[in-house]
Write a new protein. Structure first.
Length: 219
C-alpha cells in the first residue's frame, strides 16, 4: 500500500483554470488506474497524461493515496448529482438496493480502478486531510435521501453507516476475486432488507413502506 505524506496539506484549486487542471489530473488518474491499479500507476505518468508539471500534481496530491482518494470523492459526488429521486411508491429497501447495486455494477466494470479508490479511501484518514470522511458523508447523505429520510435522526445515521460498511465489504470480496458479482448483489439486497425494513418484514423480498427506516422507533 502506498504511504501517505502527512507533512503538507494538499492545495485546493481556486481559479477556473486551476479547477480545470485539477479535474484533468483526476481524469488522467482514473484512466491510468483503470489500466494498471494503484500499485503500478506512477505519478509522473499521471502528470504527463494530464499535461501538467510533476510539481503541480504533487502540490494538489502529495501521494497516490491522496490522488485516488480524490478520484473516489469526485466519483461519489458525480453519483450523488446523477442519481434521480426514487420512483413514486418505491420504499427505502427497493430504492437503496437499486442505488447500491447500480453503483456496484459501474465499479465492477473497472475493477482495478475501483480497488485503487477503495484502497486509497481506506487509509486516507491517517493523513489528516479528511477526504475519506467527506466521501463517506456524501454517500451516506445520498443513501438517506434515496431512502426518503430528509431529517435523519442519530439512529438513521447509524443504520446507514452500517449499511455503507456492509456494502464496502461486499465490494471488496468481489474486487479481490473471492466471490462473484452476483453474490455481492444478493448480499446488498439482504443487507438492505435487514437494515432498512421494519422488524416484522425483514424476511420479505419486495418493496417496503416509505418510512421503514424509522418505523422501529414508532414513527
Amino acid at each position: 500500500m502506498p504511504r501517505t505524506s502527512g507533512e503538507r496539506a494538499p492545495a485546493h484549486p481556486t481559479s477556473a483554470k486551476q479547477r480545470q487542471r485539477h479535474a484533468r489530473m483526476l481524469r488522467s488518474a482514473a484512466r491510468l488506474g483503470a489500466q494498471y491499479g494503484l500499485e503500478r500507476v506512477q505519478m509522473h505518468d499521471v502528470a504527463r497524461e494530464a499535461d501538467v508539471a510533476i510539481a503541480t500534481l504533487y502540490r494538489y496530491f502529495p501521494s497516490k493515496t491522496h490522488l485516488f482518494a480524490a478520484v473516489m470523492h469526485a466519483q461519489v459526488l458525480r453519483l450523488a448529482a446523477d442519481t434521480p429521486p426514487p420512483a413514486p411508491g418505491a420504499g427505502p429497501v427497493a430504492a437503496v438496493t437499486e442505488l447500491l447495486t447500480g453503483a456496484s455494477r459501474q465499479l465492477f466494470e473497472q475493477p482495478l480502478l475501483a480497488l485503487a479508490m477503495m484502497q486509497a479511501n481506506n487509509v486516507a484518514p491517517v493523513d489528516g486531510s479528511g477526504r475519506a470522511r467527506r466521501t463517506d458523508e456524501v454517500l451516506a447523505d445520498l443513501m438517506l435521501r434515496t431512502a426518503g429520510v430528509h431529517e435523519p435522526t442519530e439512529r438513521d445515521q447509524r443504520v446507514v453507516r452500517i449499511l455503507q460498511q456492509a456494502w464496502y465489504g461486499l465490494l471488496t470480496t468481489v474486487l479481490y476475486e473471492r466471490s462473484p458479482p452476483e453474490a455481492a448483489h444478493d448480499g446488498i439486497r439482504l443487507a438492505c432488507r435487514l437494515l432498512l425494513g421494519p422488524p416484522g418484514d425483514r424476511e420479505r423480498s419486495g418493496p417496503l413502506g416509505p418510512r421503514c427506516l424509522r418505523c422501529a422507533k414508532g414513527h
